[in-house]
Design a protein around this ligand. Structure first.
Ligand code: GLN
Length: 235
């Protein structure tokens, strides 16, 4: 299982998900605390954020351990946005270790990350192709395919997860996606936590620190966060 985290609210730096918290994504890359599958997340990392200078998000990803990128701390300090997403990867056995297999995947305004695994045959029918042979890349392609015809992030995630979960009952399908103004996430086989702040919300595979306020989101649910608030509904 990989680990992912997102922020929606007042503009913040990506470092607030990665380097600043005691158990942020950097610490989770070598010492995750709640991970059920795999011990370290050293097969790559990525992050995405929104800048007024571009219609589409900025995406930065590498196929090396997060701690090995000496340029990252400064970049994460100045990469600021009201909507942020970061991920560290522990590749599933048999999946390629390459940049194109690393989250976040992106198309248009959307960014998407996946914690888990799925038989690729369970999702191949939902998309024409994917940028990598990695199962997560196929899931992302399936979600983007749906979003092209009906741009509702929560519905797209729920539909793809329901389809893949039915075809592969052993699949773990925690997806986390955003569009610059909202976050949608599924909980399907792994942990997800939410922490509400006065000026926004953090959604993460596991708490980024030991401060109070982290709430576990129940398995088999869909979380939707927007400026109006956070909603969790069963799937
Ligand atoms: N199956 C995906 C991959 O190989 C995600 C792995 C994970 O969640 N650890 O990248």
């Amino acid at each position: 299982m990989c680990r992912h985290a997102a922020w929606l609210g007042a503009p913040r730096a990506l470092a607030t998900l990665i380097h600043e918290p005691e158990h942020g994504l950097l610490a989770q890359s070598y010492a995750p605390r709640r991970q059920r599958h795999g011990t370290v997340n050293a097969d790559g990392f990525g992050m995405g954020w929104y800048d007024p200078a571009r219609a589409e998000p900025v995406r930065y990803r590498r196929a090396i351990p997060m701690w090995a990128d000496a340029n990252l701390p400064a970049l994460a300090q100045v990469a600021r946005s009201g909507c942020l997403l970061g991920a560290v990867r522990c590749a599933t056995v048999g999946m390629p270790v390459e940049e194109s297999a690393t989250a976040p995947f992106t198309e248009g305004r959307w960014l998407l990350s996946h914690n888990g695994r799925v038989e690729r045959d369970a999702v191949r029918a939902l998309a024409d192709g994917a940028e990598s042979a990695c199962d997560s890349a196929w899931l992302a392609a399936a979600v983007f395919e749906r979003l092209r015809t009906w741009p509702d992030l929560g519905e797209a995630l729920a539909e793809v997860v329901a389809h893949a979960g039915e075809k592969d009952p052993g699949a773990r399908l925690n997806l986390l996606a955003c569009d610059g103004a909202s976050i949608a996430a599924t909980v399907w086989g792994d942990t997800l936590f939410v922490q509400r702040h006065q000026d926004g919300v953090v959604v993460a595979s596991e708490p980024l620190d030991d401060l109070p306020g982290w709430q576990a989101v129940p398995d088999r649910s869909l979380l939707l966060a927007s400026p109006e608030g956070v909603r969790v509904q069963p799937m």
